[in-house]
Structure formats: C-alpha cells, structure tokens
Design a protein around this ligand. Sequence first.
Ligand code: FAD
Length: 550
Amino acid sequence: METFDYVIVGAGSAGSVLANRLSEDGTTTVCVLEAGPRDWHPFIHIPAGFMYTLVNPSVNWMYTSEPSEWTGGRRIAAPRGKTLGGSSSINGHIYNRGQRLDFDGWAQRGNLGWGYADVLPYFRKSENRLASAGSQAGDETFRGNEGNLPITDLEWRDPICEAFIEGAVNMGIPLNRDYNGAKQQGVSYVQRIIQKGRRVSAARGYLKPAMKRPNLTVRTNAHATEIVLEGKRAVGIKYNKGGKGGAPTEVRARREVILSGGAVNSPQLLQVSGIGPAKLLGELGIPVKHALTGVGENLRDHYAPRFVARVQGATTINEKSHGLPLVREVLKYAWNRTGILSLNPTLIYVFWKSDERVDNYDLQLTFTPASYKEGVQSTLDDFPGVTIASWQQRPESTGWVRAKSADPFVAPLIQPNYLAAETDRQVLLAGMKLARRLISTPEMKRYVVREEFPGAEVTSDDGLMQAAKQRGTTTFHLMGSCRMGPASDPTSVVDDQLRVRGLEGLRVIDASIMPTMPSANLNASVLMIAEKAADMLRGKAPLEAAILKD
Ligand SMILES: Cc1cc2nc3c(=O)[nH]c(=O)nc-3n(C[C@H](O)[C@H](O)[C@H](O)COP(=O)(O)OP(=O)(O)OC[C@H]3O[C@@H](n4cnc5c(N)ncnc54)[C@H](O)[C@@H]3O)c2cc1C
C-alpha cells in the first residue's frame, strides 16, 4: 500500500497552504486527496466568473441548508468549492482579516497561542500586500510583502460608488485606508486576492508552485470516504478514485492524517468514519469508534438581507451585462483585463456599530453598483440597481452539520440556525436601518429613484425582520463545526494544536476549527490557521508574536 508522511484530505484554502509548507523541505512526502477536478474551468480565473461558479456543480458541492424559522422556512444555498483551491476558487475574492478582539477572544477561551499578537505574524506571512497607484501598501506592523498571495486594492471608480462613500463619510463614518491595519472600522473600497485581473486562489498561490516537487502528490477526483483507524490512531484514508462509483483505494500516513475538507465536509468525514456524537452515529447505524460530542456542532454563518435600490443618472453593472455593452466589456477584459469582468461581487465595505454609544464594531455592510434577482448573487436585475447588504459580524446563533447517512456520498444536513439568538436579530435590525440611511444620504439621493426591496413603506421593526426572513441569505462563511477548545470544554473537537481529542495522528485544519466567528469573511483567517498549523506539524517554534501598541 502507498504510504506518505502526511495525507491531506482537501486541496482547498487550508489544504493548499499545508501541501506547500509540508513539502517545502523537499523530503517529507505529502499526498493530497481532492474530491473535485483540476481548476481548469475558465470562470474560476475571471473574477466575475463568481456568478457562474456559484451555481456550477462541476466545481461546487452545491449544498443547501435546512429550513428554519428566520429564513421563513426557506433552504438557503450553501455553496462550497470542489476543485483545486476549494472555496478560494469560487469565492468573492475579498481579503478581510477581522478585528484584534476576535483572536484575543479565541485565546481568552483557553486556546494558547491564538491571540491576535500570535496570529498576526501568520497573516503577514501569507500575503504579499501590493500598493496601488496613489496609495500605500500599509503599516508594516500589520502587512506582509513576502507571502504567496497578492493583496491588491480595488482600483475601480464610478460616480455611484464615490457618492456612496462621500455620503457615508458625511454621516460620520470615517474613510479607512486599510481595514486590515490597526483598525477595521470605517468605509473603504475592498482589498482583493486578484492580480492583473485574475483570481489568485490558494491553489494558484500555494499548491501549483509546490506541485513541481517530487515529494508532493496531488490526486484530483479522489473522494475520501473513511479515516482508517488502528485503535485510537489514524493511519490512513480510504478514497474512491473517480468519485462515486469509482475504485476504492487506500493510502497510508506514516506521521499524520490531516482533514482540510472545510466546515461541512470535515465533520461529515469524521462522523461517517465513526468519530462523533454517539447518539447520531447510532441512529445512522455507524459503529462508534471514538465518541466525540462536538463533531458537527457549533456551526455558524453570516446571514445578510440585501436591500436593492433602483437608480438613474449613472450606469450600473446591470446594464453593462447585456447585449452590446457586454461585448464591449468582454473586449476590454480580453485587451487589458479591466472592466466589469475584472470585478469581484462586492466593491465597498462599511464596518460600523449597532449602538453608537458602545465601542463595538459589530456590523459589516457591503455596497455594489449592481443588483440581483431575488437578492441572490447569480442573476442580475434588468433595471439599473444597487445593492447594500448588512450583517452581524459575530453571530451567537449556532447550528450543526450532521451526516444524513452512513454513505459518504450522501450530502450531510446543514443547519446554521440563522438568527436564532435574540441578540443576532437586534444587531441585524440595526444593520438594516443603517443600510437604509446609507442609501438615503443626500449624495445617494442624486441617483436613487426608489428602494425596490424591501421598499420605503417597510419601516417597522417587524416589517424589516419580515424582509430579512423573506430574502436574507448567506454570505458564505460557514465555520466552527470542529471547534478548537481546551480540555475543559466538552464540546471542543480539537486542542490548540488542532489535534483531534482522544486520537493520535489526526488533525483538523480548516474553517471548522474556529471557536467563534471573526468579524470578517473567512479566507484570510483560514490561510493564517494553515500557515500556523504547518509550523506546528513541522515542530518549528511559532513565529515571534507581534508587538502591538495599545
Ligand atoms: C461562494 C463563496 C464566496 C466566498 N467569498 C469569500 C470572500 O470573498 N472572502 C473570503 O475571505 N471568504 C469568502 N468565502 C469563504 C472562504 O472562501 C472559505 O471560508 C474558505 O475558503 C474555506 O477554506 P477551507 O480550507 O476551510 O475549505 P475549502 O476551501 O472549502 O476546501 C475544502 C476542500 O476539500 C475538498 N473536500 C471536501 N471533502 C472531501 C473529501 N471527502 N475528499 C476529498 N476532498 C474533499 C473540497 O472539494 C475542497 O476543495 C466564500 C466562500 C464561498 C463558498
């Protein structure tokens, strides 16, 4: 049987970083199993291709979440990347780390070495922050310039975006030149992992350069079906070559098996392998090999209603996406990689607070000069429109991922329990009210004809919450389903070295280990986690903690 030092399940954001770092010495043998195909699909690499990969089953697991009260009984799409690069190959390209207090909160929960000063050097390590024309790369206490992923500023400017920012600033929300620097709060154009008009996924930044090494083996269309245990030690992975119906195969790991399948698939693989809540496994007829209550619990996500306004007096992306204008945009992209095809789905960020009296930036809002049918980012409206989304940064509501069957090819059940916690509803309500103020500023009034959704007539708290129920949707940030925590926490799945509790030779390294939601989109944090974990696996001392002024 083939044996490698490490077997990694999943070539997504975390798996790509690990594949690179663990094979860096040229001698350690690493095998990566990826259920999806190679990342040849052209829409992966064109930024606006996001709209298509979002609904394309050839590179997307196309999950949906279970209905719940605050989604009005709707199932919400839960896309996950299924190709080299994983979700970093289909995501919205945004680079956003979160706030100092997010990671200090992880450390305060008993996770040694995960405070902001500890993780900042790993954020820096993963990035190559590039200055754009007329702006600086940022304060080097916070920003790195030797990492694998280029972080660039959005250079697109148009009259509506400028009016939105001016309106926000005049409302008292300051312009922030670097929301990944000392402070997150304020309004600004986004930072992206796009270079010269092309997506730079974790596969492009980390995996591809390492694939030239003879000690790294990457297998695509290789769906892991079981973690092989000998007693309490993980020794290998069973997988199907070619996916469902493919040839059952097994690889062995001399040192460790690493799960980087993401927040949905990592807990599912643990559960179908007999590692998880005994009651659930019993119901599914899976023999319990290692009872672990927390596997699949503590799932969280961001839930965002998107308000839409009809505009006039300026062109939005909607009109540029049809007929002749679209031909022009395609030619522009082909010529010098500019125009709407080079854009990511969100152009402007606002980080602000739900209560002006409290120093707590718990709201994230995004603005884009485009609008989507039913508020879902795959089909643009036929009229000139803009969208503003708002969400609570650190939701309290928790849900779960549970295998639906012992068959690893049956999609698991995903229940994020959006807005179940009262505090999440209160903060979101404040977010929706702020969203409305931001599109009603004098500067925006020059363009806005009317609010299309939910509509200016919806003013009561009840009405706004009904709108959230009717059209709220995910911002694609599932996390927490194999939570890192101290031994005293009976629901923790991994310790602060990301080792699965009670087992040997098995770690989970991906978005599922996050104990709580950072105030951010998640890719930057997943890359940081994998960079840090790679040093743990290699027995290297952690990078020196950053020295931060208060
Ligand atoms: C549509 C979308 C938009 C997003 N937008 C942004 C954004 O703009 N900015 C941002 O910061 N974050 C964004 N995110 C979130 C971010 O991209 C993810 O949180 C992050 O990429 C997760 O990394 P991961 O390593 O945990 O999992 P993934 O990157 O999802 O990787 C998991 C990999 O494991 C593979 N896999 C799973 N199960 C198996 C198995 N059994 N056998 C073999 N292989 C398996 C999968 O196919 C996948 O390639 C977005 C996510 C999505 C889906």
